[in-house]
Design a protein around this ligand. Structure first.
Ligand code: 5GP
Length: 207
């Protein structure tokens, strides 16, 4: 298994598509320069304005399956008909820079990560309501009706898994910065967990 640096924190952020994860994470990055977000690989087609290597590595189905068979993926899933996964290289690059690693991934991938790395902190970002989620998804205007309906169905399934997360944060009232600050506080407090402070404690005990 890939070694996760003992200094860095591994943070998983999930939440239904259209719930504002992307915007919240962008704000979070501005607040916490010690964070690095992994760029996932996907077989979905780029949306207008998305750039290869920035939002995602947009790759073919065959290329994705090759990465799986060559064990180059940390976790992956299929979501609304496409593969999405975290390339090991991305995670290693960010941790290599001594940063906390953020994975913005859906529920299935989050469960795989929590199983491999029980110390990872998992956060579910929820919209204030399903009605609000639907209007945000439609307002985005980037998906067809069929895709929107399939994303809404998936959103309902994902929200049911919220109790399995360490934290739930609601992205309501358009207060993106407030929401990012709540997540920042969660990440900061992780650094003081007793499990992370073993060396500090041992230092006192051995004296
Ligand atoms: P979208 O197509 O809206 O960019 O992403 C669809 C869903 O896939 C979102 O919930 C997003 O968080 C999730 N996702 C993005 N990258 C990954 C990944 O590498 N692994 C997993 N498991 N989910 C991902």
């Amino acid at each position: 298994m890939m070694k996760v640096s003992s200094k860095g924190t591994l943070v998983v952020i999930s939440g239904p598509s259209g719930g504002g994860k992307g915007t919240v994470v962008k704000t979070l990055l501005k607040l916490m320069p010690t964070l690095g977000v992994s760029v996932s690989a996907t077989t979905r087609k780029p949306r207008e304005g998305e750039c290869d290597g920035r939002e995602y590595y947009f790759i073919s189905h065959e290329a994705f399956e090759k990465m799986i068979s060559e064990d180059e993926i940390l976790e992956y899933t299929t979501y609304c008909g496409n593969y999405y996964g975290t390339p090991k290289k991305e995670a290693e690059r960010i941790m290599g820079e001594g940063k906390d690693l953020i994975l913005e991934i859906e529920v299935d991938g989050a469960a795989q990560i929590k199983k491999k790395y029980p110390d990872a902190v998992t956060i579910m970002l929820l919209p204030p309501s399903i009605t609000e989620l639907e209007s945000r998804l439609r307002g985005r205007g980037t998906e067809t009706d069929e895709v929107i309906l399939s994303r809404l169905a998936r959103a309902r399934e994902e929200i049911l898994l919220a109790p399995g997360y360490d934290y739930v944060v609601v992205n309501g009232d358009g207060d993106i910065e407030g929401c990012a600050r709540t997540i920042m506080n969660i990440i900061t407090s992780q650094r003081s967990r007793t499990t992370r402070m073993k060396d500090v404690i041992d230092n006192f005990i051995s004296k």
